[in-house]
Each structure stands twice: as structure tokens, then as C-alpha cells.
Ligand binder design. Structure first.
Ligand SMILES: C[S@@+](CC[C@H](N)C(=O)[O-])C[C@H]1O[C@@H](n2cnc3c(N)ncnc32)[C@H](O)[C@@H]1O
Length: 217
């Protein structure tokens, strides 16, 4: 198994799957933005997205909230490059950082932290929460979306595929995640991302799982 720090050109090992991420995740990003809209009284001035890939969610957040400054943390250099192209001339201040550059995010500067489906790639949740806590402003909020966790019955299957693709992935337990957040001075709250709506999924044509299986013709 390769470490996540080893340089990859794509997250999924298949450029098509990486390119599909914004389409696949659109419904989840929209729900997330809906929750943020409901919660925040003042639009966030500074936004940080952890695991920003090519900046799709940051783009949606920028369109909705027009922040003064945005940060993205992403280990894939090719994804950061694509994100920087996406934002060229579009946003006044954007910083796309490797995880080794977390220290470049000023302490207490960030009003809104988002992280969509990234925590399962983090070995140390407590350390992750420490970094989030340091970055957050005193009135800031963090929204961490997690489908990949120990309580999801699909996780065992997804996990096997991720490992086959060379990722280091971790079993994080929701209760422990919340405990680690609390240890680091955050107030953990939880709710389902979506409370209605269909998930459209056709196992015969799914690209992520069973890649070697051919759909019948
Ligand atoms: C499943 S993808 C999700 C991408 C994006 N958040 C979305 O919603 O489409 C997980 C992303 O997290 C990134 N990642 C992996 N390890 C990370 C780390 N330690 N810190 C930040 N991002 C990481 C991966 O390179 C990948 O782009």
C-alpha cells in the first residue's frame, strides 16, 4: 500500500473519475451550502476547504458567498494547479496549499471551514481538529462531511476499493471524531447531510466500484 504522500497524478488513479467528481458531488455540495446558508447570519469573509481537489466546492462557495479570501488544502499538485487555473482572475486572494503548508494559514483567520469526504484520509483526527481549531476565527464554524466512516455499512466495500487503489484510509468512528473535536476546543454537532431526495446509483454502470466488471450489452 502506498502512502498518500506519494505523488499521484489523480486521486482515483483514473482521470475520468477525478474529472467526474464535481458532477457526482454537486448534490452533496448543494446540500452542504444549504446548511451553511441556514446557519450563518453573516457571509464568511475567509473560507478554507480541506481536501479541495481541483477547487469545485471552493468555486461554489465563492459564487454563493463572495469571500475576500479563500484557502484550499490539497496534497495533489496537479489538482492544485487545476484549481489555480480555475480561479485565475476570478477571486482576489486564493491560496492553494499542500498539507505541509498548513502553517501558512493565519491563526484565527477563517470564518468558514469545509471538508467534504476527506477525513478518512487523515491518520490523526485529533491533530486534524487541532489544525481546524487554530485556523478558525472565534466565531467561525467548520462543516466536515463524512460518508466514509465506520458506521456506514458501505464503508467496508468502499474501503477495499480505496486500498486497492493505493490509498491509506482510516476507520474513523463518529463518536471518536466528535470526542477529538471536543478535546481540541470545538463544539461538535451532527446531522444528516440530506434528509430527503433520491440517490441515483446504477451498480452496472458505476465507475468507482467493480471497475474490471463490464456492464452487459
Ligand atoms: C474524495 S476526494 C474529495 C474531494 C473534494 N473535497 C470533493 O468534495 O470533491 C478527497 C480529497 O482529499 C485530498 N486529501 C488526501 N489527503 C489529504 C490531506 N491529508 N489533507 C487534505 N486533503 C487531502 C485528496 O487528494 C482528494 O483530493
Amino acid at each position: 500500500m502506498k502512502e498518500n504522500v506519494i505523488e499521484r497524478n489523480t486521486f482515483f488513479g483514473d482521470p475520468e473519475l477525478d474529472a467526474d467528481l464535481p458532477k457526482v458531488n454537486e448534490v452533496f455540495w448543494s446540500s452542504l451550502i444549504g446548511h451553511i446558508e441556514q446557519d450563518l447570519r453573516v457571509p464568511p469573509r475567509v473560507i478554507l476547504d480541506i481536501g479541495c481537489h481541483t477547487g469545485g466546492l471552493l468555486q461554489r462557495l465563492n459564487q454563493r458567498f463572495s469571500p475576500a479570501e479563500m484557502f484550499g488544502v490539497e496534497p495533489l499538485a496537479v489538482a492544485r494547479l487545476e484549481a489555480s487555473r480555475r480561479f485565475e482572475g476570478v477571486v482576489p486572494r486564493i491560496w492553494l496549499l499542500d498539507p505541509s503548508e498548513w502553517d501558512r494559514i493565519p491563526s484565527g483567520a477563517v470564518d468558514l471551514v469545509t471538508s467534504h469526504e476527506t477525513l478518512y484520509l487523515e491518520a490523526n483526527v485529533r491533530d486534524f481538529m487541532k489544525r481546524v481549531r487554530r485556523a478558525l476565527s472565534p466565531t467561525g464554524s467548520a462543516y466536515l462531511v463524512l460518508g466514509c466512516h465506520s458506521d456506514n455499512p458501505l464503508w467496508e466495500t468502499w474501503k477495499a476499493q480505496m486500498r486497492a487503489d493505493g490509498h491509506c484510509v482510516y476507520d474513523h468512528f463518529p463518536f471518536e471524531i466528535m470526542k477529538d473535536a471536543s478535546y481540541e476546543g470545538l463544539l461538535p454537532s451532527v446531522q444528516p447531510l440530506r434528509s430527503s431526495g433520491w440517490i441515483t446509483y446504477d451498480p452496472l454502470h458505476a465507475k468507482f466500484l467493480n471497475r474490471t466488471e463490464q456492464a452487459p450489452r
